[in-house]
Design a protein around this ligand. Structure first.
Ligand SMILES: Cc1cc2nc3c(=O)[nH]c(=O)nc-3n(C[C@H](O)[C@H](O)[C@H](O)COP(=O)(O)O)c2cc1C
Length: 200
């Protein structure tokens, strides 16, 4: 029999079509506070979170994404018609998502510290996803091209000592929109004892 933790880890799915019912922000703050028990190896926890939960904040988020795409010619290879469709789809997704988090992490300009920073903030994001799942809130962790754009970062007053590593979009789970699990590779394909590496 699986423990509660095992069930949460193995049953969690990325939810791209949540319900658009609002989520109490107190619930989100509680998730963030607990997710922050993620491990970290810098002087202080490296993560920071900017929350969009109102219509106005989501509209601003969407405007910043579109402006970033425009500046960086992200959709340049598509036809006018296709760009219109993509923008409509983004609008539909972002404006109907109750809560979006922009997650940033400290940058130290040092390979080891930067790796540790991204690793720590990734574990923090996974904690958010698992805690949310336990509360019937689904999440999709996105790495849109906009997160690599300094002007996009500045639009949210995130300092240059940080980089955005993703956005996390949260909403209550619609049971019929839970995707099938992506099968995981069997252990023997990716685990081996040292002795095998010595022999080959
Ligand atoms: C670093 C990272 C970036 C991701 N970026 C995106 C993304 O941009 N768009 C998206 O739809 N899903 C994104 N995902 C979600 C993955 O597609 C998803 O986790 C994967 O398909 C496995 O499905 P599962 O989470 O349901 O197990 C991302 C996941 C990770 C860890």
């Amino acid at each position: 029999m699986m423990s509660d933790l095992e069930t949460i880890i193995t049953s969690r799915r990325t939810i791209r079509k949540p319900k658009n019912d609002p989520i109490d922000l107190a619930n989100i703050y509680d998730i963030l506070e607990k997710a922050a028990y993620a491990p970290y190896h810098s002087r202080v926890e490296p993560w920071s979170v900017t929350i969009a939960s109102t219509r106005e904040e989501h509209r601003y988020f969407l405007k910043c994404v579109f402006e970033s795409y425009e500046r960086n010619h992200i959709l340049a290879s598509y036809s006018e018609e296709r760009i219109k469709q993509i923008k409509e789809a983004y609008k539909e997704v972002i404006l109907n998502t109750p809560v979006s988090l922009i997650v940033a992490t400290d940058v130290f300009q040092d390979d080891k510290k930067d790796l540790e920073s991204i690793c720590a903030t990734s574990t923090f994001i996974q904690n958010i996803q698992l805690l949310a799942w336990e509360r019937n809130i689904g999440a999709v962790w996105r790495t849109s091209p906009a997160i690599f754009d300094d002007q996009f970062r500045e639009a949210f007053f995130i300092p240059e000592t940080k980089r955005i590593i993703g956005s996390v979009h949260l909403g209550y789970v619609e049971p019929e929109n839970i995707p099938e699990p992506k099968p995981r590779r069997p252990l023997h394909e990716w685990v081996k004892p040292v002795i095998e590496t010595i022999k080959t």
